[in-house]
Design a protein around this ligand. Structure first.
Ligand code: MCA
Ligand code: AMP
Length: 493
């Protein structure tokens, strides 16, 4: 049995998950997951990706565990994904089963259902017949998760992580941040990325802690839960801390003090997924009495670097390599840089690094060099061994609200609009979102209509927030679009 399930058996009647439908113990979760696994087996699916669409909830986790117990790979779909984005996931995974929450019936009805069977969780469990099959033994070599991530070319790629890799990622963070069964964490992050799925939910459940699943981020709710003094941990992206600071400033003194007292009772707050501005770290420290622990990770590698739990956390750095993770910094020729304070690309190796991009062997091969994963992030190490993230190699990868967004992916969607002749996406600096997405468009189109069209075609978090219409895109002698010139147009307007 996989370690996460072995552990769940021992936590038995302790509470595992709390969501807006109730509290669920480890044994209830495990029993429900087994029922789901039995129901999946009736479809005669083995070692295949299965898509599932649920808000962050008990049902989400029981379906994820059910998929694992059936020997298949869990592929989370996000509630904000549009028809076209989900159609792409169905086609790319070539899945034959898609389990969804009945509240998304309308969205599911729109999909191109080639060879996939879409079924609600309720119907899946209803259809279960009495000839129960024995559950297969899922082992560490089997695939656990496939998380889609944007790259510099083409459409999003499915990052495949085996149970061994997932288990290593969980154990690494359990050691580094000393997860305990007395911990209780509130999850406000989406459940189709590593931060919410692995760092928060899997780590909590592996360690017998309680995870409170909240399907969206609401600053007032976070403040209320922290004020209760029941939470011990909180992990989020810098935008969330920025929004909490803004919310704090709107409160009366009594509410502020209650919240502050609640936060003092917590043991750790972590920030990651995007650069944490030092101003945010400092403001949050004054409000919460916590120095945010900043760490660095990536879908393909899980977490790689982290500020220490007990020693000094240095603002503007992401600390040291985590347990089971090897890193090196290399120059543009691929040669290791030994000296400190010298920028280069971060390479990562270890049991936590992903297995492959789904059905993309060429891209997988290109992503590695002699067993080292090439992150595409520039870093340097200071004299005390702390790593600092300096930025990404490609400016076409944007980080907005902690989400990684590919400029190319959005450009390709916009170009499917019949009235858009050309377009170019750029990232603008933004105090709250880190970066905000902007687009220059050649074409005669009404802005309000375009925004409406985008809502149907691109998940909200990927939508350009600023639009400028131009006669032509600035290009260099080679005909390549000069994106810094486009950025200037926005910054000067
Ligand atoms: C939404 N809005 C935006 C953006 N997104 N405006 C500018 N830029 C954006 N990116 C607008 C909406 O249209 C809406 O506008 C208003 O902001 C509120 O939108 P809503 O979706 O309700 O926002 P929210 O709920 O406050 O969400 C903020 C959020 C969310 C919680 C920070 O973006 C989020 O969950 N981010 C986390 C993503 C994440 O987990 N990344 C980890 C990837 P209006 O009010 O006008 O309608 S994993 C990873 O990166 C690696 C492994 C790692 O290291 O962790
Ligand atoms: P994703 O592919 O969504 O997992 O995003 C991974 C990317 O997020 C990394 O390659 C980094 O560029 C960025 N990232 C994650 N954590 C940090 C951090 N603490 N500081 C700066 N960038 C970060």
């Amino acid at each position: 049995m996989l370690p996460i399930f072995e552990n769940a058996k021992t936590y038995n009647n302790s509470i595992a998950i709390i969501d807006n439908t109730g509290s669920y113990s480890y044994s209830t979760l495990l029993n429900q997951s087994k029922k789901i696994a039995q129901a999946i087996l009736q479809y005669n699916i083995h070692n295949q990706p299965i898509l599932f669409l649920f808000p962050s909830s008990y049902n989400y986790v029981s379906v994820q565990w059910g998929i694992w117990l059936s020997g298949c790979t869990a592929v989370p779909v996000h509630i904000s994904h549009t028809k076209n984005e989900i159609d792409y996931l169905i086609q790319d995974t070539n899945t034959s089963l898609f389990i969804y929450d009945k509240n998304f019936e309308e969205k599911i009805n729109l999909l191109e259902k080639t060879s996939v069977q879409c079924i609600t969780l309720d119907d899946l469990l209803l259809n279960k017949n009495d000839n129960l099959k024995t559950l297969p033994t899922t082992t560490l070599v089997d695939n656990a998760l496939m998380i889609y991530t944007s790259g510099t070319t083409g459409k999003p790629k499915g990052v495949v992580i085996s149970h061994k890799q997932l288990d290593t990622q969980i154990r690494s963070l359990s050691i580094a941040w000393q997860w305990k069964n007395t911990d209780r964490i509130l999850n406000v992050l989406p459940m189709h990325h590593v931060h919410g799925v692995v760092n928060i939910t899997c780590c909590a459940l592996y360690n017998g802690a309680i995870v409170e699943m909240q399907s969206n981020f609401d600053a007032a709710y976070v403040a209320q839960r922290m004020s209760s003094k029941e939470l011990t941990l909180f992990m989020a992206v810098p935008t969330v801390f920025q929004k909490l600071i803004q919310y704090f400033d709107t409160l009366d003194d009594v509410t502020k003090i209650n919240w502050q007292n609640g936060m003092k009772a917590m043991r750790l707050m972590v920030s990651g997924s995007a650069a944490l501005p030092i101003t945010v770290l400092e403001k949050w420290k004054i409000i919460s009495s916590h120095t945010l622990l900043e760490r660095y990770g990536m879908t393909e590698i899980g977490m790689a670097l982290s500020n220490p739990l007990n020693e000094e956390r240095i603002a503007g750095t992401v600390g040291f390599p985590l347990p089971f993770v090897e890193v090196k910094i290399v120059d543009e020729k691929g040669k290791e840089i030994i000296s400190n304070n010298t920028p280069g690309e971060l390479y990562v190796k270890g049991e936590s690094v992903f297995k492959q991009y789904w059905n993309k062997s060429e891209e997988t091969t290109k992503a590695f060099e002699n067993g080292w994963f090439k992150t595409g992030d520039f870093v340097e190490k200071n004299d005390d061994g702390y790593y600092k993230i300096l930025g990404r190699k490609s400016t076409d990868i944007i980080k907005s609200g902690g989400y990684k967004i590919s400029a190319l992916e959005i450009e390709n969607v916009l170009l499917t609009h019949p009235l858009i002749k050309e377009c170019a996406i750029v990232a603008l600096p933004d105090d709250v979102w880190g970066e905000t997405i902007a687009v220059a468009i050649v074409g005669k189109i009404n802005e309000a209509e375009l925004k409406y069209w985008m809502k149907d075609n691109i998940a909200d978090y990927k939508n350009p927030r600023k639009i400028i219409f131009v006669q032509q895109l600035p290009r260099n002698a080679m005909g390549k679009v000069v994106k810094p010139e486009i950025k200037k147009l926005f910054l000067e307007s």
